[in-house]
Design a protein around this ligand. Structure first.
Ligand SMILES: Nc1nc2c(ncn2[C@@H]2O[C@H](COP(=O)(O)OP(=O)(O)OP(=O)(O)O)[C@@H](O)[C@H]2O)c(=O)[nH]1
Ligand SMILES: [Mg+2]
Ligand SMILES: [Zn+2]
Length: 289
């Protein structure tokens, strides 16, 4: 059996990269029966059936270190949550949800990338750094003006990174700046509704050389967290990490309880906005039970 990595899946066929060659492989019935879906980023074993036409069959999927479901990608080192400074405007609720999801999914590193930064209103960068900067790396880029690209590139080196975020924020445009040979299709955003047109339809893993991989993915407009138990939400706010078991009550929800160390740190290491996001998501999860 050969070793490789799934870089793309189309209509039940999987494209597996192995030593610089891409093989088109079909998955055996056993995966379907076991309800296992081969996933972009999977490390796999496969058998070459037709060397000349680069065809094979997928035999085995190695244990995943993590998996993100939207976009569906496995074995991720870094998630780049991409938003636009304007057009479309930053959706902070979506950002907060994604940050929770990335923690829950055990993605080791998260970067907040604000693209179209040449359109940023005065003070936007300072505001976002104040809200998120304590626990997250932020990069401000412009795919159009080609700024911030080297900084972003350096952060991705040697990793498998997924670009996620709403449609029209410039994920594919950024990937084109980082890897010009990738020739990703990009799309205008709709002037009328200031929203992207979902140009990227496929999740796809692109190799940049020097062991760096980037996943482009379709934009999303909403993220549900309903599978998270309300009392677990606190675990997915990085800002809370050092304080969680220090409140007076062991089961403190950090909402109305006295001597709550989380609340005592609002405005210090926890920004008011992040605390408010926690309260908002917590009540949402409670109301769904
Ligand atoms: N002003 C400005 N426009 C940009 C920038 N980067 C990308 N765009 C434009 O934004 C539009 C959307 O870019 P895409 O790269 O297709 O966006 P995407 O995030 O890949 O969108 P989906 O594939 O639909 O999810 C295109 O018209 C780009 O030219 C930027 O830095 N500044
Ligand atoms: Mg795209
Ligand atoms: Zn508390």
């Amino acid at each position: 059996m050969e070793k490789g990595r799934i870089i793309k899946g189309v209509g039940g066929l999987y494209y597996i990269a192995s030593d610089g060659i891409i093989y088109e492989c079909s998955a055996r019935g056993k995966f379907r029966k076991a309800k296992i879906t081969p996933t972009i980023g999977d490390h796999v074993r496969f058998t070459i059936l037709d060397k000349e036409n680069k065809k094979g069959s997928l035999d085995l999927i190695e244990k995943r270190k993590n998996i993100l479901l939207r976009p569906r990608v496995a074995n991720i080192d870094c998630a780049v949550m991409t938003l636009a400074a304007a057009s479309p405007d930053i959706n902070m609720d979506l950002l907060d949800r994604f940050l929770v999801l990335a923690e829950e999914r055990k993605i080791p590193e998260v970067i907040i990338c604000i693209n179209k930064s040449e359109l940023a209103a005065d003070g936007l960068e300072e505001k976002l750094r104040q809200i998120y900067g304590n626990c997250y790396t932020l990069v401000f880029t412009s795919a159009q003006k080609h700024t911030g690209i080297d900084e972003l590139k350096a952060l991705l080196k040697g990793k498998v990174s997924v670009f996620a975020g709403p449609s029209g924020v410039g994920k594919s445009s950024l990937i084109n700046c980082i890897i010009p040979e990738s020739n990703r299709q990009t799309g205008e955003i709709s002037r009328k509704i200031e929203r992207g047109k979902h140009t990227t339809r496929q999740v796809e893993l692109i190799e940049t050389g020097d062991n760096t991989y980037i996943v482009d993915s379709p934009g999303f407009t909403s993220l549900t967290l309903e599978f998270i138990k309300p009392e677990e939400l606190q675990l997915y706010f990085r800002e809370f990490r050092d304080y969680i078991d220090k409140c007076r009550f062991a089961d403190c929800a950090h909402i109305h309880e006295p001597d709550c160390v989380i609340k005592e740190n609002i405005g210090k290491t926890i920004s008011q906005e992040r605390y408010d996001a926690f309260v908002r998501l917590y009540s949402e999860l409670r109301s769904q039970r």
